[in-house]
Design a protein around this ligand. Structure first.
Ligand code: NDP
Length: 337
């Protein structure tokens, strides 16, 4: 049987485009002993994948040109040669971007849907929420009455990070790219105020919405937006540095230059710490417990923006950089059987 596969055709310079991607038809393999045949239901497109399209050294191996892209995936088991799974089980893992995968059983884990959509395993009950949890709770450590600012606030990580800070009793301000997102974070998620950076003068908007300064800045975007934050940080503020999406598509030779932060950090004795979700693996159970409980009792709200069909993956990925998504950006590839 033939299937569609999405490969990295050429490494992008700057913003990826249609030449970055290529669809191929390849044969579906047969599962061997201790392997499972999986049918892809959902794939996750994530900003960090842009880094893997380049061959610059980083924490994740570069994708190989001509080889399939790899990312978060929810699949259904079609055939199992492992005693860990039976046909029909829903599983998740980091898998090749193709309609079917044959993998060793230990490459995936079962998804507990609890009546929710299996796509949630890639969003509110998956990697982005774990990232929000560890960045906010283990590094940001918001306290009752403090002011917390989250950039990329309506995205997959941001939508959860802000709600966790609210739960801890903080006043929370989100920075977003549109009026629709400003409404979403204030009216649906319960953020106290929104800054719309595309309207300009982020510095003034932040001063107005954070009259007592900023105690925690959850950094998702970098660039000019963050430069407006540094002067407003309070003494002993914390800055979990989760992402810097504004710099992911710089062209070769282009530099990410902004305000130099040292003096602000010294003056206010700020703790700024880079974050990689995988470093917190030993605490995943703790985070899942908090997140599952908050989702099941309706305390944690979330959105998913879902594109339809395997061929929609490149557009869904590019949509992350134009700010098209509210909540987690996903692609639905097939229905469960
Ligand atoms: P999002 O769902 O937030 O999607 C990306 C959003 O970023 C867009 O919707 C857009 O929202 C905003 N954006 C895009 N370009 C720019 C820009 N130039 N300037 C400002 N904002 C921009 O993605 P995730 O929640 O999955 O990821 C958020 C951040 O967290 C990313 O930087 C990602 O790399 C990082 N991350 C880090 C992890 C870690 O372990 N360290 C793990 C997971 C994610 P808007 O309309 O508001 O501009």
């Amino acid at each position: 049987m033939k299937q569609e596969q999405l490969v990295l055709q050429e490494r992008p310079n700057g913003l990826p485009n249609k030449d970055t991607f290529q669809f191929k038809k390849v044969e579906v393999a047969e599962p061997a002993e201790n392997e499972v045949l999986l049918k892809t239901l959902y794939v996750s497109v994530d900003p960090y994948m842009r880094g893997r399209m380049s061959d610059a050294p980083s924490y994740a191996e570069p994708f190989e040109a001509g080889a399939p892209l790899v990312g978060g995936n929810v699949s259904q088991v079609m055939k199992s040669n492992s005693d860990q799974f039976t046909s029909g089980d829903l599983v998740t893992g980091n898998l090749d971007f193709q309609e079917y995968n044959v993998v060793k059983a230990d490459k995936v884990r079962k998804v507990r849907t609890n009546g929710l959509s299996p796509s949630n395993a890639l969003s509110v009950l998956g990697m982005p929420s774990l990232t929000a949890y560890f960045g906010m709770m283990h590094i940001g450590e918001p306290k009752e009455g403090e002011t917390v600012v989250v950039s990329g606030a309506a995205g997959a990580v941001g939508q959860v990070a802000g709600q966790l800070a609210k739960k801890a009793g903080a006043r929370v301000v989100g920075i977003v790219g549109s009026e629709e997102k400003a409404k979403y974070i204030t009216e649906t998620l319960g953020y106290d105020a929104a800054v719309e950076y595309k309207k300009g003068n982020v510095s003034e908007q932040l001063k107005e919405t954070c009259p007592d300064g900023i105690d925690v800045y959850y950094e998702n975007v970098g660039g000019d937006i963050s430069d407006a934050v540094w002067p407003l940080l309070n003494v002993f503020a914390r800055v979990p540095v989760c992402g810097a999406i504004s710099a992911y598509n710089l062209e070769e030779g282009e530099k990410d230059i902004g305000l130099r932060v040292q003096q602000f950090l010294i003056k206010s004795r700020v703790k700024m710490q880079g974050l990689l979700v995988g470093d917190f693996a030993e605490h995943y159970d703790e985070a899942y417990q908090v997140l599952e409980e908050a989702v099941s009792n309706g305390e944690l709200k979330f959105e998913e923006t879902i594109h339809d069909g395997f061929h929609a993956i490149p557009d869904a990925f590019l949509g992350l950089f134009s700010g098209e998504n509210i909540g987690k950006q996903l692609v639905k590839v097939a229905d469960a059987e």
